[in-house]
Design a protein around this ligand. Structure first.
Ligand code: URP
Ligand code: ZN
Length: 466
């Protein structure tokens, strides 16, 4: 079966030119002028033709305390597809007492036969001991060569500095990529306890007990430990100037450090927590949204290359009982902000929000494709199969119409959650069609693919250079 995507403007991280894309089976056969013939033609006139988006940070069906993030591998990846993302890298999460293989098996079971886009895994560790360290090499050999450690969430996911250092050493030994959630968990715990003792229980106290200084401090500490361990380090969800400064300092020392941010930190700021009633709970995520000033600095860092990837940290929880048969998950923290499940939704809106950065003159067109598709594919060993449009790449293609204007609204989205943090935000542009390995999975704004279209992508270890 041959398909021709005709008459569009092909945009990759390196090129931007009018061209057709010829798809043969599951792969791109050619990109150029006057291609054909084909069994099916998709008209892309007036549209950009992009590689499918790669979201390198998602938490689908993640148990968090008493609840589970509300998008599973079917609903979350279907929403991702509708938003132009054709690959996600989810965090297979090891909870205390589990082996890494138990965690990995559990994540394969959640995704297998259900995912609507291709998927890979990182492994998130909640403890580091000889047993876990010994398992890491085998997990990497099974296509999961990146390991995230949490410096936040004491008592559940946090590991101490010794454990962090040991895990970094092990990553260096086995050629895996270390990742960290950088926030100083123990100090945050003190601030949270003190706030609650003063009767400060509302969502607005979430950011006040997790100041940016504690992200910057943790990032600096992680960078020092990674440098001593000889391990390349990837900082997830960078939110503030404090961390950016640490990243720049480490780079100046020649350290291999890579950093991502997320659309919520580019578009939203701390005053969201002052929304009336309990509405601020919608924005309870960690790290929290930051005061005005930080988002502009993040855009600048994205332009300059200090930040290389934009992922979503998609981890939605429902506000109101009854939506999709789910309980009111965020309500768990109505009387105590520290009990609000942390996380927000964004898997479907990432490509549009970053395109809005192009419309607003904050990002170049090719840089949009780079941060949303190419850089995450490269960093996590999926390039050039994913993240570009070239002969031999998977035919993951997005036909993107840059013209339509609309306002983001949860009611129009496919994510299984009753709100979007971006409600009411005007955006220009929309996904018109999406192909996953040559199969049309989105057409006219609707998902036309099937659960199980997505395949597991085992990733190879990579040589990492600064
Ligand atoms: O608030 C967040 N980021 N929730 C997702 C889980 C995590 O911290 O990675
Ligand atoms: Zn996360």
């Amino acid at each position: 079966m041959k398909m021709l995507i005709r008459g569009g403007r092909v945009v990759t991280a390196s090129d931007d030119f009018p061209a057709d894309v010829l798809v043969e089976g599951e792969q791109v056969a050619a990109v150029g002028a006057g291609l054909g013939p084909a069994d099916r033609v998709l008209d892309a006139a007036g549209c950009y033709v992009l590689p499918g988006g790669v979201d390198a940070h998602t938490h689908l069906e993640l148990p968090v305390g008493e609840v589970v993030s509300s998008d599973d591998f079917l609903t979350g990846t279907r929403a991702a597809a509708c938003g132009g993302t054709t690959t996600c890298v989810d965090f297979a999460t090891q909870f205390r007492g589990q082996t890494l293989h138990q965690a990995l098996d559990a994540w394969h079971a959640k995704a297998r036969g259900r995912a609507c886009i291709d998927y890979a895994f990182h492994m998130a560790l909640s403890e580091v001991d000889e047993r876990i360290l010994a398992e890491m090499d085998a997990v990497a050999a099974q296509g999961v060569p990146s390991f995230k450690l949490y410096m936040a969430y004491p008592g559940t996911m946090m590991v101490d500095d010794g454990a962090l250092f040991r895990a970094f050493q092990r990553c260096a030994e086995i050629g895996a990529l270390a990742m960290v959630h950088a926030e100083n968990g123990p100090v945050i715990e003190v601030l949270v306890r003190q706030a609650l003792a003063r009767g400060e229980t509302a969502p607005r106290y979430h950011p006040r007990t997790r100041p940016p200084e504690l992200e910057g401090e943790a990032a600096g500490r992680a960078l020092t430990l990674a440098r001593l361990a000889g391990a390349p380090l990837y900082l997830v969800h960078v939110t503030c100037t404090h961390t950016l400064q640490r990243v720049r300092e480490a780079r100046a020392l020649g350290q291999a450090v890579f950093a991502e941010t997320c659309p919520q930190y580019l578009y939203l700021s701390e005053e969201r927590y002052d929304a009336p009633g309990f509405e601020g709970a919608k924005y309870v995520m960690s790290p929290p949204l930051r005061p005005a000033g930080h988002p502009g600095a993040l855009w600048e860092a994205l332009r300059a290359g200090d930040l290389e990837v934009v992922s979503t940290d998609h981890c939605p929880f429902v506000m109101r009982a009854g939506f999709a048969g789910l309980p009111a998950q965020k309500e768990l923290g109505r009387d105590d902000f520290s009990r609000i499940p942390n996380g927000a939704a964004g898997i479907e809106t990432r490509m549009d929000l970053l395109h809005q950065g192009v419309v607003d003159g904050r990002l170049g067109l090719r840089r949009w494709v780079e941060v949303a598709c190419t850089a995450p594919a490269r960093r996590f060993g999926l390039f050039p199969r994913k993240g570009t449009l070239a002969a031999g790449s998977d035919a993951d293609v997005v036909v993107y119409d840059p013209a339509p204007r609309r306002t983001l609204a949860a009611a129009d989205l496919h994510q299984r959650v009753d709100y979007t943090p971006f409600e009411g935000l005007p955006v220009t542009g929309r996904v018109r069609a999406v192909l996953l390995r040559g199969k049309v999975i989105v057409e006219g704004g609707a998902h036309v693919g099937s659960p199980g279209d997505g395949q597991f992508l085992p990733r190879a270890r990579q040589e990492v250079k600064p």
